[in-house]
Design a protein around this ligand. Structure first.
Ligand code: FAD
Length: 334
């Protein structure tokens, strides 16, 4: 049982920065995330990719951005409930109760939903024995560390940006990279697709086209080969010890869809000026929030965090005047 001013659901970049903005207004917070670590998509999906559109950082790796956000919120020591999915939300402005799948109960005066794509997970290929190879790490959906693939024979499946980017990034560390795609055209940035063609022409990447995944071969979770099939049913064996299927993310709001909030296409509708949802005291920021003109960018989530924190203050501290102050005036706690 935890009591706080603001419960923040989701510890991605938007949720982390919301903890900072609330802290600056002397509001206590608890961050709750289904994943075991903070950072949301940045930490889970692309920690080693440089981001180029964070103001003040010409380039910063996603994992480094998360570390910086952690440092920024440290003075406020927000509570953390990680590895816990919020399953239920009840109550009203000033007195909400949240419950998690690990039986935690959090009471909060206001709630910020910063749940990104919700309970996001990869689209998994329908292959027999897949779970065993996932459990051993032979089949992975995200690249955490490029080095983990050093000397490996890697099959990458998919035709989007992730497939193309990771093929280009892994070709220099992996023993072999095969790219399996069912058509010759890739849905990736034209410049990356051109680089892929160039690498294939030099023999650095093996293009397996038009094929799709057909079966996994190996024992005890150790992958030995990936079998692929063409559209006429002809098959080919690719010797491999790692498979990376990049078929996109399945977006699912999960329990959030049941909380009586106005939704629009799997997103939570908010008032742009405050990020308040259709329920007083519940706010939504970052990728999960929508309004006309919304851009799903980290910088947008940061600004929404500031707006939500200021709009929450009168709910969490009724009757207490809030004087707008710059951080340069206020400073942060030592
Ligand atoms: C490959 C890639 C490259 C990108 N490049 C850029 C870029 O260059 N610039 C840019 O601005 N953006 C980029 N993005 C998008 C950016 O990562 C997102 O906009 C950002 O992560 C959204 O932050 P968020 O905090 O709203 O949500 P997320 O990062 O999605 O975090 C949401 C968190 O909420 C948690 N959660 C969800 N539901 C629950 C629940 N019920 N209970 C508990 N926890 C829950 C999830 O586990 C997750 O950790 C990129 C995305 C990808 C995938």
């Amino acid at each position: 049982m935890t009591e706080t001013d603001v419960a923040i659901i989701g510890a991605g970049p938007a949720g982390l920065f919301a903890a900072f903005e609330c802290g600056m207004l002397k509001l206590g917070c608890v961050l709750i995330d289904a994943l075991d670590e903070v950072g949301g998509q940045c930490a889970a999906l692309y920690p080693e990719k440089p981001i180029f559109d964070i103001p003040g950082h010409p380039a910063i790796e996603a994992g480094a951005l998360v570390n910086q956000l952690e440092q920024q919120i440290a003075p406020f020591a927000p509570g953390r409930l990680l590895g816990r999915r919020v399953t239920a939300l009840s109550g009203s402005a000033g007195a909400f109760t949240l419950r998690t799948d690990k039986d935690d109960q959090v009471t909060a005066r206001a709630v910020i939903i910063a749940a990104g794509a919700g309970a996001f997970g990869p689209n998994r290929p329908p292959l027999e024995g897949l779970a065993m190879f996932e459990a051993s790490g032979a089949v992975q959906y995200y690249v955490r560390r490029r080095e983990d693939f050093r000397g490996r024979r890697v099959v990458i499946a998919g035709g989007g940006d992730s497939a193309v980017d990771w093929a280009l990034q892994l070709k220099d560390v992996a023993a072999r990279v095969h790219v399996v795609h069912r058509r010759a055209k890739f849905r990736a940035a034209p410049e990356s697709a051109a680089q892929l063609d160039a690498a294939a022409a030099k023999g650095e990447i093996d293009m397996v086209i038009p094929y799709q995944l057909h079966a996994l071969h190996g024992a005890d979770g150790q992958l030995q080969a990936v079998e692929v099939a063409d559209l006429d049913g002809g098959t080919r064996m690719l010797e491999a010890d790692r498979l990376l299927p990049f078929f996109g993310l399945a977006m699912d709001l999960g329990p959030i869809a049941q909380w009586g909030l106005d939704l629009e296409r799997h997103h939570v509708k908010v008032i742009p000026a405050t990020c308040e949802t259709s329920v007083r005291g519940i706010f939504a920021i970052g990728d999960v929030a929508t309004y006309p003109g919304k851009l799903k960018l980290i910088l947008q989530g940061f600004s929404e965090a500031a707006m939500a924190a200021h709009a929450i203050h009168p709910i969490a501290r009724p009757g207490e005047a809030l004087h707008f102050e710059y951080s340069t005036t206020k400073g942060v706690p030592a």
